[in-house]
Ligand binder design. Structure first.
Ligand SMILES: [Zn+2]
Length: 304
């Protein structure tokens, strides 16, 4: 069974096999429980592709639907305090504005991995016709109830939406959990209409804080990148180059690929505390945003 779930892969973006090992991956209890007692989890490592710069876990897990459901149940999604809501709403409006500037607002928007349906609610309030897709049945039901938009249960590669159906495909914090990002990007290209756009948010593995914190971990003898077998289960790690490469190979044109900035003024942060560690970390986050090396990438790609 474990042989079917864990497979040795070539680079999930460029398909080459020249990589550098960054160390062995620790396995968390929750990951072990989600996979079940019958599955033997092999010793795995994080590697970096020397050709395209992608980080990924080797061997790669290919989970069943039931295992995904157990891994990403409601406990996985943090409950944000209400004081964060206004800021999240503003940022969602900004993102929808970027999409609308490129494609207009007359088509259908698909939110892949829509979680509890926050973006669907905001998009609907702005007048978008929209639809969600979730791997988890309970989450899909919750998203449908919260947003009023239809939410399908399944995975993008096999759900079979019609060619050229969508004006926009939205993915926030999804692609780093997908074992086959190149195939995922091709499927997005297929279901987008000509002129349509994919808007993507992923962690930036080459952000300044990722580098600094990774170095601190390395000095303490830990693996420096991703935490594929413990929360938040990132199996793939992108930098600007590998993210652009992934979608360019699917014949989608990069409109922008950039580190996000201006997300939070540190002195207005709702969770600011007096702990020196908090201030040190948030000074690092502010610095990396100011110099364009923030820890989150946002990108937009267009089908020509
Ligand atoms: Zn590669």
């Amino acid at each position: 069974m474990s042989r079917e779930i864990f497979r040795e892969v070539s680079c999930p973006v460029c398909k080459l096999q020249i990589n550098q090992s960054l160390g062995v991956v620790p396995v968390g209890d929750r990951f072990r429980q989600a996979l079940g007692d019958a599955v033997e989890i092999p010793a795995a490592k994080v590697v970096r592709c020397k050709a395209c710069g992608l980080y990924y876990v080797q061997p790669m897990p290919f989970l069943t639907t039931e295992q995904y459901d157990r891994l990403y149940d409601e406990d996985y999604f943090p409950q944000n305090p209400p004081r964060w809501e206004e800021r999240r709403w503003r940022d969602a409006e900004r993102r929808l504005g970027l999409i609308a500037d490129l494609v207009g607002e007359d088509g259908e928007l698909l939110d892949v991995g829509c979680g509890e349906g926050r973006m669907l609610s905001i998009a609907r309030a702005r007048g978008w016709k929209c639809r969600g897709l979730e791997t988890s049945q309970p989450l899909a039901k919750a998203a449908e109830k919260a947003s009023g938009a239809p939410v399908d249960v399944g995975v993008l590669e096999s759900i079979g939406y019609e060619d050229s159906r969508f004006a926009a495909v939205y993915l926030d914090s999804v692609l780093e959990h997908v074992p086959t990002p190149a195939e995922f990007a091709s499927e997005i290209a297929r279901i987008l209409r000509v002129g349509g756009a994919a808007y993507i948010v992923v962690p930036n593995e080459n952000g300044l804080s990722s580098r600094v914190l990774g170095l601190v971990q390395a000095l303490r003898g830990h693996n420096r990148r991703l935490t594929p077998f413990s929360s938040p289960y990132h199996w793939i790690g992108f930098c600007k180059r590998s993210l652009a490469d992934c979608f360019r190979r699917a014949h989608l044109r990069p409109v922008f690929v950039r580190a996000m900035h201006g997300r939070m003024e540190i002195w207005k942060h709702p969770d600011r505390s007096r702990s020196w560690k908090w201030w040190l970390l948030h000074c690092l986050y502010t610095t990396e945003e100011l110099i364009g090396m923030g820890r989150t990438l946002e990108a937009m790609f267009q089908k020509l």
